[in-house]
Design a binder for this molecule. Structure first.
Ligand code: S3P
Length: 171
């Protein structure tokens, strides 16, 4: 069993993914972190030095290699499900969870964060909400293919356990 978390930046995929992995005693991998380990550079450095397209290829390679593993929870970067046929592969081989947040909620988390992701870094603060709205709209059709959707704002332990059981019942 492989569980994959998808959703926009700042949805909390890593935090929730780790909690699910702990609950199930599964291993946990964050695709961004794995790419950084392989490339020996931060995601930001990869975007700056070799560009987004190279990063997309690397994150796909990482994802494909993780398909060989089992009993694993995978937190994906926000763009991964929207590149090539990644989302179809996710649903073919894994159970998927969309962590949903509205553009306003994403914007509010971004403003509280001290880690401004590369895609947002070069966008003026006053234009960021609009960028989030437009890019989330473009990405949502991919995210919505996930097996279940969870509101990223209200994830308590009971709700999480209930929804994970739901995923297992769908096996
Ligand atoms: C990206 C999201 C980031 C990271 C990269 C690109 C995106 O991951 O993969 O900065 O395109 O949405 P998080 O979703 O974990 O922030």
């Amino acid at each position: 069993m492989k569980i994959v978390l998808v959703g926009y930046m700042y949805a909390g995929k890593t935090t929730v993914g780790k909690r699910i992995a702990n609950m199930l005693n599964f291993s946990f991998v964050d695709t961004d972190k794995r790419v950084e380990e392989i490339c020996l550079q931060s995601v930001e450095e990869i975007f700056d030095r070799v560009g987004e397209e190279y990063f997309r290829q690397k994150e796909r390679e990482v994802f494909l290699s993780l398909l060989k593993e089992d009993n694993i929870v995978i937190a994906t970067g926000g763009g991964l499900p929207c590149y090539k046929d990644n989302m179809n592969l996710i649903n073919l081989y894994c159970k998927s969870i969309y962590l949903e947040l509205s553009p306003a909620q994403i914007f509010s988390r971004l403003n509280k964060s001290n880690n401004i992701r590369p895609l947002l870094k070069n966008i003026k603060s006053e234009d960021r909400l609009e960028f989030i709205e437009t890019s989330l709209q473009a990405r949502e059709s991919f995210y919505r293919k996930a097996d279940i959707t969870l509101s990223a704002l209200s994830i308590n332990k009971e709700e999480l356990e209930k929804r994970i059981n739901e995923l297992f019942r769908r096996l």
